[in-house]
Design a protein around this ligand. Structure first.
Ligand SMILES: CC(C)(COP(=O)(O)OP(=O)(O)OC[C@H]1O[C@@H](n2cnc3c(N)ncnc32)[C@H](O)[C@@H]1OP(=O)(O)O)[C@@H](O)C(=O)NCCC(=O)NCCS
Length: 219
């Protein structure tokens, strides 16, 4: 079946088969409040396909941990304690097929205008099927809805983000606060992660960040 590429509300782009587009369109309508979350139409969508990108159920966070920790073993990301994953469950989107969590991605808010894309993983046998890009898009749509100006990722796969309209910046230009997690990393402070950013709207560093820069300049 052919692939379609439709754009809704300016920034919602849906790429996929007609069936995937119907499902994704339903998700957007529910997210925008045009459909109630448990409407009959949602059940009809469920019948059409059992693959979704959606917010996780708490009981699915153990599967999210397995995905993340699997990549932590490869050095792609930090392992996340399960309690932290429960606390940040609302940051996540998951890709679920036949009730199995096959991918995840999180949008973590750092400050008024800045959020991080983190923990993006697709199960190894599901890669190359556009799951990663759809998870990324779900997080970017949410960032846009929240009015976030800049989204960044600290990554060892910059090419994936380059393909999706991120650009590389000097990671020292990110506010110090975003490196809080890094002290837990075995590679700290000799980290080889690259900072990638995508500006959804003009980025104005917050007063907090400007204050931090002036302190740096003084030392
Ligand atoms: C990175 C990752 C999430 C991509 O997921 P995926 O489902 O395989 O990606 P998609 O199928 O959606 O790929 C979309 C596009 O990105 C490209 N892409 C995917 N992985 C890439 C990579 N590692 N490097 C460069 N480009 C990549 C694809 O070729 C595709 O390009 P196209 O649209 O021109 O065909 C997945 O490879 C993964 O889980 N990697 C291990 C964890 C990891 O390193 N995460 C990033 C840490 S920040």
């Amino acid at each position: 079946m052919g692939t379609m590429n439709l754009q809704f509300w300016g920034h919602h782009r849906i790429v996929g088969s007609p069936r995937e587009i119907v499902i994704e369109y339903g998700r957007i309508l529910r997210q925008k409040g045009f459909l109630p979350p448990n409407s009959r139409s949602r059940k009809q969508f469920v019948k059409m396909s059992e693959a979704f990108i959606r917010k996780p159920k708490l009981k699915e966070m153990k599967a999210v941990k397995v995905l993340i920790d699997g990549e932590a073993g490869n050095g792609a990301m930090l392992p996340r304690p399960i309690m932290e994953l429960y606390e940040t469950a609302r940051d996540f989107y998951v890709y679920v097929e036949e009730n199995e969590v096959l991918g995840c991605c999180a949008l973590h808010i750092e400050m008024e205008n800045l959020a991080e894309i983190r923990s993006i993983v697709v199960k190894s046998d599901q890669r190359g099927k556009n799951v990663g890009v759809k998870l990324l898009q779900a997080c970017m749509d949410e960032a846009d809805d929240l009015g976030i100006e800049r989204v960044y990722a600290l990554t060892r796969v910059p090419d994936f983000f380059l393909k999706h309209e991120f650009i590389e910046i000097d990671k020292h230009k990110l506010p110090h606060k975003v490196f809080n997690d890094c002290v837990r990393c075995p590679l700290f402070p000799d980290c080889d992660e690259v900072a990638m950013v995508h500006d959804l709207r003009p980025y104005n560093p917050s007063a907090f960040e400007i204050g931090q820069r002036s302190e740096d300049d003084a030392t």
